[in-house]
Design a protein around this ligand. Structure first.
Ligand SMILES: *Cc1c(COP(=O)(O)O)cnc(C)c1O
Length: 382
């Protein structure tokens, strides 16, 4: 194929289906000036000007002091564990995206699954202590759906047993508790800027660090441990964000408040309309002062006429592609299910939630008429 051959489009049929999410993208014409700067400077990566600007802008927007950008959230998790030299066993939740536990396996760490709280579906602090052994070195909770974990209870346990805490905050962009950014909790917090997240840079991620020294160490780790031509201080990886992603992030940040306001309105509409549907429970917030409405999970209770999978199929027949986040549980995947803590009897709340949950479509451009149509389908089946 010659270099000038046109790119062939696979299908010209527009896809009318409504997916659980749709990436939020700033207007293309606003991105062109950023690209022109990159083409002029020929600085493509290695802590270039856009990378530095985005780190500063995100610290300001999120209300945190230090942040290191990454190529994606998973490598940020892997690097966070390296930065704190975590080994042995780490207590974590089975109710998350599989990358949470994979980051442990990539570091040769044994995940220990602990059940979740029935109201928040976050790691249940009351069940953590029983899972601590002499090998336990850290806790890795997830702010699931952007709803804050019980950070005070988790900190108390960690302090008591001298454990580190790394939050998988992939869902928690912009979320604030009563005392400010939820990302300030734990020894480190990790964000994802994947296409499907509330704030995206196509692919991307970040580690929120408590101090400049930790950030510098993490900055070395994400760039081969390289300090200068003759100094390499650690067996680092290459997981730094490129200039093109950082530039896009700066542009996206200019539109994020509007996107969050649109999500908030959709969340409110779903809650208002679904309140009347018997057997459908909307997951409540977890006391956050500022939420991000990243997902809209419902739980299909016994009083509803259909089981979750039947409702899932029914929505699909109408072109509504909801998702069963999080089913299967991480602990049910082949590389985890042999662990003693993966036993379903150890995880009754998570097991039940995985059987009932359905995440409905929510994204800034989703029309309110579409939300009403989705609710009508759910209500008619009831
Ligand atoms: C998206 C996600 C990740 C992984 O982030 P990537 O940027 O896609 O690597 C990790 N944990 C959770 C809970 C996620 O939802």
């Amino acid at each position: 194929m010659s270099a000038s051959a046109p790119i062939r489009v696979v299908s010209t049929e527009p896809d009318e289906r409504i997916f659980v999410t749709q990436p939020h993208m700033a207007p293309l014409d606003e991105f062109i000036p950023y690209l022109e700067k990159i083409w002029e400077s020929k600085v493509l990566t290695n802590r270039g000007p856009f990378h530095r600007q985005l780190e500063t802008a995100l610290c300001e927007y999120l209300g945190v002091d230090h942040l290191a950008l990454f190529t994606n959230g998973t490598l940020a998790l892997v690097t966070a564990l390296q930065a704190l030299r975590i080994t042995g066993e780490v207590i974590t939740t089975p109710y998350s995206f599989v990358a949470t536990a994979h980051s442990l396996l990539w570091n040769g760490i044994k995940p220990v699954f602990v059940d979740v709280d029935p109201h928040t579906l976050n790691l249940d602090p009351k069940k953590i202590e029983a899972a601590i052994t002499p090998q336990t070195t850290a806790i890795m909770p997830v702010h699931c759906y952007g709803h804050p974990c019980d950070v005070d209870a988790i900190r108390a346990i960690a302090d008591n047993y001298n454990l580190r805490v790394i939050y998988d905050a992939a869902h928690a962009f912009g979320v604030r508790g009563q005392e400010g950014s939820i990302l300030r909790h734990g020894d480190l917090s990790v964000l994802s800027f994947h296409a499907t997240k509330v704030f995206n840079t196509f692919e991307g991620g970040a580690i929120i660090c408590p101090d400049a020294k930790t950030k510098q160490h993490i900055d070395h780790l994400k760039n081969f441990g390289y300090v200068d031509e003759v100094t390499v201080v650690a067996p680092g990886i290459n997981s730094k964000m490129s200039e093109i992603n950082a530039a896009f992030g700066l542009l996206q940040l200019r539109h994020v408040d509007e996107a969050l306001a649109q999500r908030k309105a959709i969340d409110a509409l779903y809650r208002e309309r679904l309140a009347h549907v018997r057997g459908i429970r909307c997951l409540a917030d977890a006391g956050e002062a500022v939420a991000n409405y990243a997902y809209f999970p419902i739980l299909v209770e016994n009083e509803y006429s259909l089981e979750r999978d039947a409702l899932f199929e029914k929505l699909r027949e109408h072109g509504i592609v909801a998702r069963r986040y999080f089913y299967p549980l991480i602990s049910d995947f082949p590389m985890y299910r042999g662990l003693p803590s993966a036993n379903r009897e150890n995880l009754p709340v998570a097991t039940d939630a995985a059987r009932r949950v359905l995440c409905l479509p929510i994204y800034p451009s989703l029309a309110h008429e579409q939300v009403e149509r989705i609710v009508d389908i759910i209500a008619q089946a009831a």
